[in-house]
Design a protein around this ligand. Sequence first.
Ligand code: NAP
Length: 274
Amino acid sequence: MLTGVTLIYKELGTTGEKVSAIGIGTWKMGSDPEGDISSIRLALDSRVSLVDTAEMYGTEPIVGKAIAGRKGVFIATKVSPHHFRHDDVIRACDESIRKLGVSHIDLYQLHWPNSSIPISETMRAMEELKDSGRIRHIGVSNFSVKEFEEAQSALKGSRIVSNQVEYSVLVREPEGELLDYCARNGITLIAYSPLARGALRQKKYAKLAELLGDIGKEYEKSAEQVALNWLIGKKPVVAIPKSSSAEHTRDNVGAADFELGREDISRINDFLPQ
Ligand code: NAP
């Protein structure tokens, strides 16, 4: 358990249910499964609840081992676009449940849009899964506002609670339309690659890293913690950094126990990524 850390929890969509504003990403885990399991457990010990995986990542078994016997974990996984036919969605979900070793999935997400399969067919399967208790909430990923609205219209009695998209200090696309749309409609924006896949440590982004590092000094926080806090400071946003090391995991969990001042937020907002 990390001491002195106060995690922020946020409502998932309008479900009344809360998830940790800092979750755990698991894409590209697997080269050192024991290290990955330790990292996930360290975060869970620090009361992180949201763990994100996908059938495509091949990390569901690692997540399953890490969470075995634990309470209060919120599991998010994803069905791949080539499985968007009705029967394939059902099969993929059952397979994910088996690999994760759980009785149900908390958030089941469509990984990417697939225009070659009618969204009504895919959503019919998602609602069946929800009605049967195999999934609790329906989410999407990489959907534009238009695609989100089409998917929502295809559902008979459920609301899509989240949209997982790339969002970081370097990748600002959601600020065009989606962020505001999510805030207005009570949809959680799950920010993936929130540390720009580690790019802040690259030479070409040295100026941005310097700015974040300078701001961080005032709060005794690292540049990465500032970058994550800047994201989760936005109303609908939770972030799912991936970390395979204890040091990074501690750093990421510690990104949620402070609040950046307005002026510092503006300094980051005004920094235009090249
Ligand atoms: P990320 O979380 O932005 O960055 C991960 C990289 O940053 C790793 O190299 C990691 O190193 C390093 N790192 C982590 N914490 C750090 C810290 N505190 N200080 C310095 N470096 C740190 O990238 P990501 O894995 O692409 O995105 C996170 C998650 O989003 C994925 O794991 C996945 O669950 C999800 N995702 C979803 C989609 C989608 O289409 N829905 C696409 C991409 C990603 P170590 O591993 O060595 O700690």
